[in-house]
Design a binder for this molecule. Sequence first.
Ligand code: KIV
Length: 275
Amino acid sequence: MKKTVSTFQNAKENHEKITMLTAYDYSTAKLVDEAGIDSILVGDSLGNVILGYDDTLSVTMEDMIHHTAAVARGAKEAMVVADMPFMSYQASIYDAVINAGRLVKEGHANAVKLEGGKSACLQIKAITEVGIPVMAHLGLTPQSINAFGGFKVQGKSEDAAKKLLDDAMAVQAAGAFAVVLECVPEKLAALITEKLDIATIGIGAGRECDGQVLVYQDMLGMFNDYVPKFVKQFAGVGEVMKKAFSDYAREVREGTFPAQEHTYKIEDEIIEKLY
Ligand code: KIV
């Protein structure tokens, strides 16, 4: 059965953990879905892990729609959440509603995610009012990397912690169905989780969040440009892939691949007539 916003709400109420992973293409989405993960995030982290940018700022609506549509075709049960890319919602409420609509209509997302607290509440309210569920994203919000001056843990001072809590209450009041907390001290994330009626999804926010999300290349050990402290590598897929690629290259060079079992047959008389 397709997971929905009710899956998130029921899990929160029943104290069951919510599972979320990123995916950016059909075959990965299918594997994530078949593994029983509740929700797939088509994150704008695709800028880093798929497109090779240094940050997420260059990701476009076209990029997001293209990848979201591929993921949606592979996600039979998992709820697909698509990130709204930088400048697709910040400038106006009109932009926010139109672009959220495109992610649902053209990308077949089930919900959208956007970064920001009080400053994004008018957008969250307008998007939810047209019937599109919104996941908020607080703490380390990579689209504000130039304002933050680097990837740092957020909400550590009293003022910053209070602002984060206020922002979380504000996005809930604006209609968000869940909120991602990225790079937030564990005790602050626990407090926010306790205060909110909607689910918190942590990434580098400790053990007490209602759910967890990771970038799949990080948790599979496929992306080593930068490995944050909060990442656990559940497998060494990068090394397995590299070995398979070099085994393939060696066998092609040696002439041991393809072997007979990888070839197609034709009657000898037909070939003889062509000589
Ligand atoms: O873009 C992304 O993958 C994200 C997660 C890190 C939460 O926003």
